[in-house]
Design a protein around this ligand. Sequence first.
Ligand code: AMP
Ligand code: MG
Length: 371
Amino acid sequence: MKKGIALTIVVGMLLCGCSASQKNQTSSKTEISVQSEVSEESEVSKEESKLPEPESRDVFAMDTYMVLKAYGSNAQKALEEAEDEIKRLESIFSVKVPSSDISKINSTSGNPVTVNASTRTAIAKAIEVGDMTDGALDITVYPLVREWGFTTGDSQNEPNYKIPEQWLIDWHLGNVGYDKIVINDSIVTLPTQFEIDLGAVAKGYATDAVIEILEANKINSALINLGGNVYALGRKPDKSKWKVGIQNPKDTNKTICTLAIENKAVITSGNYERFFEVDGKRYCHIIDPKTGYPADNGIISATVIGDSGLDCDALSTALFVMGTEKAINFCKAHKDIDVILVTKDMKIYITDCLESIITMEDGLKYEVIKR
Ligand code: AMP
Ligand code: MG
């Protein structure tokens, strides 16, 4: 397992938190070991073996494997603090921790709940991105996520995937609507019956928090991978840019391309992260708030590259839901973000600024979204 994690960080491959198919009931643990079978004899690993040894930490939190790698004299202390912060965020964000802010909000919906500043920020961002994306991102979709069996925090257990009956989907849709969340300073109130989940933004928030800690410790070279949410801080010790691979959604042991980046988050939402299949149809963990069904609007992977992990995480989930046409139009209107979209028929779209930093795998081509 260690090998897989090492390779994942070396190649910068987007490590999926978990992915399981109903056919073989694969758990996330097994998925990680599948990755460990990838040969270490890659070009990139040879290149990186010339670098000095980084301080490195493997963390299991937020239902996923995370790898933090940092260079510098304060690296050990910085990573210790980063791990503590990730655990703190998990304890306030998780729907599975009864004392978390989110559990309190959900269990007393209808009543005001005082939350931590981090929870407030994450919820406020989710509402803002909900507004920007015509409700494609909607954290009140949680009852439907659970109904389909994609509850976060369950990757250690057998999944409970199922296609809900239509009347149940319709009933839950009556309790969906992020615009009904009320935030006043640190007090959050949901309508009764409503429940939220920060699965779409939590790792992005944690990414930013980790980077803040590393920077406070004067670390200027690090690569962190929070279950596929990558941030490249500064450059590698040899002054070259970090290489981050984007997973091939149809063959997750491969990449479609590599990006040369510094000081950027690279965050992907994909239909391969957690899913099940019935009669050849794939049902994934990202729910379309308009239908109550797993989003199936043409995109199988949406990657957002930008300065803020939180923004990129929120937007990658939203673009996945929006589907090809709406997502492309959104990219045209938002020049501040860079995006890679992969469609069901393996068409790859990239925003124009990425052209100078992208290297495609042999045989793969892209179409440019010009702004
Ligand atoms: P991500 O992997 O960042 O795309 O987030 C996916 C997770 O966000 C899911 O596992 C759910 O917990 C939650 N989720 C699913 N659909 C939505 C949605 N439309 N809006 C907000 N959160 C969602
Ligand atoms: Mg997300």
